[in-house]
Design a protein around this ligand. Sequence first.
Ligand SMILES: C[S@@+](CC[C@H](N)C(=O)[O-])C[C@H]1O[C@@H](n2cnc3c(N)ncnc32)[C@H](O)[C@@H]1O
Length: 261
Amino acid sequence: MINFYLVINYLKHLKNAKTLHGVHSPFVYQLIEKVFYNFGSHTDYAEIENLRHQLFKNTNYITISDLGAGSHINNNRRKQIKQLAQNALKPPKLAQLIYRLVKQNQPNTVIELGTCLGLTTAYMSRAAPLASIISMEGCPQTAAIAQQNLQLLQANNVSIKVGDFGHNLPAIIAENAVIDFVFIDGNHQEKATIDYFNILLPHVHKNTLLVFDDIYWSRGMQNAWKHIKQHPQVTLTIDLFWIGLVFFKAERCKENFKIRF
Ligand SMILES: C[S@@+](CC[C@H](N)C(=O)[O-])C[C@H]1O[C@@H](n2cnc3c(N)ncnc32)[C@H](O)[C@@H]1O
Protein backbone atom coordinates (compact mmCIF):
# COMPACT_ATOMS: atom_id res chain seq x y z
CA MET A 1 0.00 0.00 0.00
CA ILE A 2 1.34 3.44 -0.91
CA ASN A 3 2.07 5.70 2.06
CA PHE A 4 0.88 9.05 0.62
CA TYR A 5 2.06 10.89 3.72
CA LEU A 6 5.59 9.72 2.95
CA VAL A 7 5.36 10.54 -0.77
CA ILE A 8 4.11 14.10 -0.21
CA ASN A 9 6.79 14.75 2.37
CA TYR A 10 9.44 13.31 0.07
CA LEU A 11 8.49 15.76 -2.67
CA LYS A 12 8.67 18.62 -0.16
CA HIS A 13 12.07 17.37 0.99
CA LEU A 14 13.43 17.26 -2.56
CA LYS A 15 12.36 20.88 -3.02
CA ASN A 16 14.05 22.17 0.14
CA ALA A 17 17.02 19.88 0.72
CA LYS A 18 20.56 20.95 -0.18
CA THR A 19 23.46 19.03 -1.64
CA LEU A 20 27.08 20.08 -1.03
CA HIS A 21 26.39 23.46 -2.57
CA GLY A 22 24.95 25.98 -0.20
CA VAL A 23 26.21 24.28 2.97
CA HIS A 24 28.52 26.65 4.84
CA SER A 25 29.20 24.60 7.96
CA PRO A 26 32.66 22.94 7.48
CA PHE A 27 31.62 20.02 9.71
CA VAL A 28 28.45 19.30 7.74
CA TYR A 29 30.21 19.90 4.40
CA GLN A 30 32.86 17.29 5.26
CA LEU A 31 30.23 14.86 6.44
CA ILE A 32 28.30 15.19 3.17
CA GLU A 33 31.42 14.87 1.03
CA LYS A 34 33.26 12.12 2.91
CA VAL A 35 30.44 10.10 4.45
CA PHE A 36 26.99 10.68 2.88
CA TYR A 37 28.09 10.77 -0.77
CA ASN A 38 30.96 8.32 -0.49
CA PHE A 39 29.14 5.77 -2.66
CA GLY A 40 32.17 3.70 -3.69
CA SER A 41 32.18 -0.03 -3.07
CA HIS A 42 33.91 -1.51 -0.05
CA THR A 43 35.14 -5.03 0.63
CA ASP A 44 33.09 -5.07 3.85
CA TYR A 45 29.85 -4.70 1.86
CA ALA A 46 30.12 -7.77 -0.39
CA GLU A 47 29.72 -10.57 2.17
CA ILE A 48 26.72 -8.92 3.85
CA GLU A 49 25.01 -8.26 0.51
CA ASN A 50 25.66 -11.86 -0.51
CA LEU A 51 23.81 -13.00 2.61
CA ARG A 52 20.96 -10.57 1.85
CA HIS A 53 20.54 -12.28 -1.55
CA GLN A 54 20.39 -15.67 0.12
CA LEU A 55 17.72 -14.37 2.52
CA PHE A 56 15.68 -13.12 -0.49
CA LYS A 57 15.43 -16.78 -1.55
CA ASN A 58 14.69 -18.23 1.90
CA THR A 59 11.12 -19.61 1.83
CA ASN A 60 11.11 -20.86 5.46
CA TYR A 61 8.34 -19.47 7.65
CA ILE A 62 8.71 -17.89 11.09
CA THR A 63 6.06 -16.53 13.44
CA ILE A 64 6.34 -12.80 13.89
CA SER A 65 5.54 -11.15 17.21
CA ASP A 66 5.72 -7.45 16.39
CA LEU A 67 5.80 -5.11 19.38
CA GLY A 68 6.02 -2.01 17.22
CA ALA A 69 3.84 0.34 15.21
CA GLY A 70 2.59 -2.45 12.93
CA SER A 71 1.55 -4.80 15.72
CA HIS A 72 -2.17 -4.76 14.90
CA ILE A 73 -1.39 -6.04 11.39
CA ASN A 74 1.49 -8.41 11.97
CA ASN A 75 1.17 -9.91 15.40
CA ASN A 76 1.56 -13.69 15.40
CA ARG A 77 1.50 -13.77 11.62
CA ARG A 78 3.55 -16.38 9.90
CA LYS A 79 5.89 -14.85 7.36
CA GLN A 80 8.50 -16.17 5.03
CA ILE A 81 12.04 -15.02 5.79
CA LYS A 82 12.30 -13.72 2.24
CA GLN A 83 9.30 -11.41 2.89
CA LEU A 84 11.02 -9.98 5.96
CA ALA A 85 14.26 -9.55 4.02
CA GLN A 86 12.45 -7.68 1.25
CA ASN A 87 10.21 -5.47 3.40
CA ALA A 88 11.75 -4.84 6.80
CA LEU A 89 15.50 -4.45 6.26
CA LYS A 90 17.25 -1.21 5.48
CA PRO A 91 18.16 -1.26 1.78
CA PRO A 92 21.89 -1.44 0.93
CA LYS A 93 22.19 2.31 0.25
CA LEU A 94 21.00 3.19 3.77
CA ALA A 95 22.65 0.28 5.58
CA GLN A 96 25.95 1.29 3.96
CA LEU A 97 25.43 4.89 5.04
CA ILE A 98 24.98 3.64 8.62
CA TYR A 99 28.24 1.68 8.15
CA ARG A 100 30.08 4.85 7.07
CA LEU A 101 28.58 6.89 9.91
CA VAL A 102 29.73 4.30 12.46
CA LYS A 103 33.17 4.11 10.83
CA GLN A 104 33.50 7.88 11.02
CA ASN A 105 32.23 8.07 14.62
CA GLN A 106 34.39 5.13 15.87
CA PRO A 107 32.15 4.44 18.87
CA ASN A 108 32.94 2.22 21.82
CA THR A 109 29.29 1.54 22.56
CA VAL A 110 26.59 1.10 19.91
CA ILE A 111 22.91 0.39 20.51
CA GLU A 112 20.45 -0.63 17.82
CA LEU A 113 16.70 -0.63 18.45
CA GLY A 114 15.34 -3.17 15.93
CA THR A 115 17.69 -5.99 14.90
CA CYS A 116 15.31 -7.69 12.47
CA LEU A 117 17.50 -10.14 10.51
CA GLY A 118 20.70 -8.47 11.66
CA LEU A 119 22.09 -7.11 8.39
CA THR A 120 22.46 -3.47 9.43
CA THR A 121 23.80 -4.80 12.73
CA ALA A 122 26.45 -6.68 10.75
CA TYR A 123 27.33 -3.49 8.87
CA MET A 124 27.85 -1.69 12.19
CA SER A 125 29.93 -4.58 13.48
CA ARG A 126 32.21 -4.41 10.42
CA ALA A 127 32.52 -0.63 10.77
CA ALA A 128 33.55 -0.80 14.44
CA PRO A 129 34.95 -4.27 15.17
CA LEU A 130 36.25 -3.22 18.59
CA ALA A 131 33.00 -1.65 19.76
CA SER A 132 30.45 -3.35 21.95
CA ILE A 133 27.23 -3.54 19.91
CA ILE A 134 23.94 -4.24 21.66
CA SER A 135 21.04 -4.84 19.30
CA MET A 136 17.47 -5.15 20.59
CA GLU A 137 14.66 -7.17 19.04
CA GLY A 138 11.17 -7.98 20.31
CA CYS A 139 10.40 -10.99 18.12
CA PRO A 140 12.19 -14.14 19.40
CA GLN A 141 12.05 -16.05 16.10
CA THR A 142 13.37 -13.07 14.11
CA ALA A 143 16.13 -12.61 16.69
CA ALA A 144 17.10 -16.29 16.34
CA ILE A 145 17.60 -15.88 12.57
CA ALA A 146 19.56 -12.67 13.17
CA GLN A 147 21.80 -14.56 15.60
CA GLN A 148 22.54 -17.18 12.91
CA ASN A 149 23.24 -14.45 10.33
CA LEU A 150 25.60 -12.62 12.66
CA GLN A 151 27.47 -15.85 13.37
CA LEU A 152 27.80 -16.52 9.63
CA LEU A 153 29.23 -13.03 9.19
CA GLN A 154 31.50 -13.45 12.23
CA ALA A 155 30.06 -10.38 13.89
CA ASN A 156 31.42 -11.43 17.25
CA ASN A 157 31.09 -8.05 18.96
CA VAL A 158 27.26 -8.07 18.86
CA SER A 159 24.90 -9.19 21.58
CA ILE A 160 21.17 -9.39 20.86
CA LYS A 161 18.71 -8.59 23.67
CA VAL A 162 15.30 -10.09 23.04
CA GLY A 163 12.31 -8.21 24.47
CA ASP A 164 10.43 -4.94 24.35
CA PHE A 165 12.60 -1.84 23.86
CA GLY A 166 10.58 -0.10 26.58
CA HIS A 167 11.71 -2.73 29.06
CA ASN A 168 15.24 -3.51 27.82
CA LEU A 169 16.51 -0.04 26.88
CA PRO A 170 16.51 1.37 30.45
CA ALA A 171 18.26 -1.80 31.69
CA ILE A 172 20.97 -1.58 28.99
CA ILE A 173 21.43 2.13 29.61
CA ALA A 174 21.88 1.47 33.33
CA GLU A 175 24.89 -0.72 32.48
CA ASN A 176 26.44 1.83 30.07
CA ALA A 177 27.20 5.24 31.56
CA VAL A 178 27.86 6.78 28.14
CA ILE A 179 26.51 5.86 24.73
CA ASP A 180 28.37 6.80 21.54
CA PHE A 181 26.08 5.73 18.69
CA VAL A 182 22.40 4.69 18.63
CA PHE A 183 20.33 3.57 15.65
CA ILE A 184 16.61 3.78 16.49
CA ASP A 185 14.89 1.63 13.88
CA GLY A 186 11.74 0.12 15.36
CA ASN A 187 8.39 0.99 16.95
CA HIS A 188 7.84 4.08 14.84
CA GLN A 189 5.31 5.81 17.07
CA GLU A 190 5.46 9.39 18.34
CA LYS A 191 5.33 8.73 22.08
CA ALA A 192 7.64 5.71 22.00
CA THR A 193 10.23 7.58 19.89
CA ILE A 194 10.22 10.55 22.27
CA ASP A 195 10.43 8.17 25.25
CA TYR A 196 13.52 6.43 23.78
CA PHE A 197 15.11 9.84 23.12
CA ASN A 198 14.46 10.90 26.73
CA ILE A 199 15.90 7.64 28.09
CA LEU A 200 19.07 8.13 26.00
CA LEU A 201 19.57 11.85 26.72
CA PRO A 202 21.32 11.62 30.13
CA HIS A 203 23.91 9.27 28.55
CA VAL A 204 24.93 11.30 25.50
CA HIS A 205 28.16 13.31 25.22
CA LYS A 206 29.58 15.79 22.72
CA ASN A 207 30.47 13.09 20.19
CA THR A 208 27.34 10.96 20.51
CA LEU A 209 25.33 10.44 17.35
CA LEU A 210 21.67 9.36 17.48
CA VAL A 211 20.16 8.16 14.18
CA PHE A 212 16.36 8.04 13.95
CA ASP A 213 14.84 6.03 11.13
CA ASP A 214 11.59 6.79 9.27
CA ILE A 215 11.17 10.34 10.57
CA TYR A 216 8.47 11.00 7.92
CA TRP A 217 6.69 7.65 8.13
CA SER A 218 3.61 9.22 9.76
CA ARG A 219 2.43 12.50 11.25
CA GLY A 220 3.33 11.09 14.68
CA MET A 221 6.91 10.36 13.61
CA GLN A 222 7.20 13.83 12.10
CA ASN A 223 5.99 15.31 15.41
CA ALA A 224 8.57 13.22 17.28
CA TRP A 225 11.31 14.48 14.93
CA LYS A 226 10.20 18.12 15.48
CA HIS A 227 10.26 17.56 19.24
CA ILE A 228 13.79 16.10 19.09
CA LYS A 229 15.07 18.92 16.86
CA GLN A 230 13.79 21.54 19.30
CA HIS A 231 15.32 19.99 22.39
CA PRO A 232 17.84 22.45 23.96
CA GLN A 233 20.54 19.77 24.34
CA VAL A 234 20.47 19.08 20.58
CA THR A 235 22.83 21.42 18.72
CA LEU A 236 22.77 20.00 15.20
CA THR A 237 20.34 17.88 13.20
CA ILE A 238 20.67 16.60 9.66
CA ASP A 239 17.49 15.48 7.96
CA LEU A 240 18.21 13.02 5.12
CA PHE A 241 14.47 12.25 4.85
CA TRP A 242 14.88 8.49 5.38
CA ILE A 243 16.84 9.04 8.57
CA GLY A 244 17.54 11.96 10.88
CA LEU A 245 20.90 12.52 12.57
CA VAL A 246 21.10 14.18 15.99
CA PHE A 247 24.32 15.68 17.39
CA PHE A 248 25.11 17.23 20.76
CA LYS A 249 28.30 19.16 19.98
CA ALA A 250 28.39 21.73 22.79
CA GLU A 251 30.48 24.35 20.96
CA ARG A 252 27.92 24.78 18.13
CA CYS A 253 25.04 27.24 17.73
CA LYS A 254 21.88 25.30 16.97
CA GLU A 255 21.44 24.43 13.27
CA ASN A 256 19.06 22.11 11.40
CA PHE A 257 19.98 20.93 7.90
CA LYS A 258 17.98 19.13 5.21
CA ILE A 259 20.28 17.27 2.84
CA ARG A 260 19.46 15.21 -0.26
CA PHE A 261 20.41 11.60 0.00
C1 LIG B 1 12.50 -2.05 10.62
S1 LIG B 1 12.92 -3.45 11.52
C2 LIG B 1 14.64 -3.23 11.85
C3 LIG B 1 15.49 -3.33 10.64
C4 LIG B 1 16.96 -3.42 10.92
N1 LIG B 1 17.44 -2.37 11.82
C5 LIG B 1 17.72 -3.32 9.63
O1 LIG B 1 18.20 -2.23 9.31
O2 LIG B 1 17.85 -4.28 8.91
C6 LIG B 1 12.21 -3.11 13.09
C7 LIG B 1 12.34 -4.26 14.09
O3 LIG B 1 12.02 -3.74 15.37
C8 LIG B 1 11.31 -4.71 16.10
N2 LIG B 1 10.46 -3.97 17.08
C9 LIG B 1 9.49 -3.06 16.81
N3 LIG B 1 8.98 -2.56 17.94
C10 LIG B 1 9.63 -3.15 18.96
C11 LIG B 1 9.56 -3.02 20.38
N4 LIG B 1 8.70 -2.18 20.98
N5 LIG B 1 10.40 -3.76 21.12
C12 LIG B 1 11.28 -4.62 20.53
N6 LIG B 1 11.39 -4.80 19.19
C13 LIG B 1 10.58 -4.06 18.41
C14 LIG B 1 10.49 -5.47 15.07
O4 LIG B 1 10.20 -6.77 15.52
C15 LIG B 1 11.38 -5.42 13.83
O5 LIG B 1 12.11 -6.60 13.67
